[in-house]
Design a protein around this ligand. Structure first.
Ligand SMILES: [Zn+2]
Length: 211
């Protein structure tokens, strides 16, 4: 259970993060977003190639296949399983946003509270409540299909989102309303930003990693 004030803060934090993006696409994948300088996302195989650490060691022989975050000096590197891109893209997007949540919220423990907060952050990054609220039409069935389709969610995640949504527009921070406008404008104008500035930044991170 997250305290109401903390919940507002996490929602706002996710909004600020999205607000500073050059361009948002309808289905949000954190790999395509601008990240803070010290944060990197790499698949196990990319990381293995860059560092020489064998992939089965990184994944704990498959036991850690959901991915995790490692700290190297000031860097935070989120590792993930590439195959989830095709096997379960919704789960992958959520897992990556969840790890980002731990970083943004400066968690140091893996306790229940941190997990709930990271899940909350991920849910706001993937489908921010302020945007969902702007999109819904008031019919459960229509909204469920709409939200699922718009944000690339599973049926279950879309249902949870609709159930937990605060439908009072006055509880939303002005930044969250700005985000809502940005998302809708960006989506209307299509993708002009290819994202993935990652490659260059990525090599820099590994130089730092190897030092
Ligand atoms: Zn976690």
């Amino acid at each position: 259970m997250i305290e109401p004030d903390r919940l507002l803060y996490i929602r706002w934090l996710a909004a600020r993060f999205l607000l500073f993006q050059k361009h948002l696409s309808p289905v949000i994948d954190v790999r395509e977003l601008e990240l803070p300088h010290h944060v990197f996302i790499a698949s196990f195989s990319e990381f293995s190639k860059a560092t020489g650490v064998e992939e089965h060691i990184l994944t704990g022989d498959g036991l850690l296949s959901d991915g995790y975050m490692i700290r190297r000096k000031n860097c935070r590197i989120v590792l993930y399983t590439q195959s989830y891109d095709t096997l379960c893209p919704q789960r992958l997007r959520f897992s990556l946003a969840h790890e980002l949540g731990h970083i943004f919220l400066h968690h140091s423990d893996d306790d229940q509270k941190s997990e709930a907060e990271a899940n909350c952050f991920a849910s706001q990054v993937i489908a921010h409540d302020a945007i969902v609220l702007a999109l819904i039409r008031g019919s459960w069935k229509t909204d469920l299909a709409l939200i699922r389709e718009q944000f690339g969610l599973s049926w279950e995640a879309a249902a949870i989102k609709l159930r937990s949504l605060n439908r009072n527009p006055r509880v939303y921070h002005p930044d969250e309303q700005l985000l809502c406008r940005k998302y809708l404008t960006d989506c209307r104008h299509g993708s002009s930003h290819s994202g993935r500035k990652f490659a260059t930044a990525y090599s820099t991170a590994f130089i730092a990693y190897e030092e």
